[in-house]
Design a binder for this molecule. Sequence first.
Ligand SMILES: [Cu+2]
Length: 93
Amino acid sequence: MSSFQTSSGFAAACRTNCTWSMRDKEGHDFTAPDFFTSVQVKNNDALNESGNSVFLHPEKTTDIYFIAQNAGLFAPRCTDHDWAGMTTTIVID
Ligand SMILES: [Cu+2]
């Protein structure tokens, strides 16, 4: 969990093309309903059935390709490990 990596800051370029990359040694279920509602995800098959979360497979990089529609501050979190601080912040300018 300590090696969890995610990209977190996105600039105006996200209005046309952006990637959110995540990777860890363990699997994680990241939920971000407000984020996924706000952006246009280009690879919806990467999301769980609900469209509100994404499962990160261990030792694999998971990429979410999206186009930002609105500026905003989002706080995706791991549903299993948020108590341990496994949260992240996504800022879209
Ligand atoms: Cu986790």
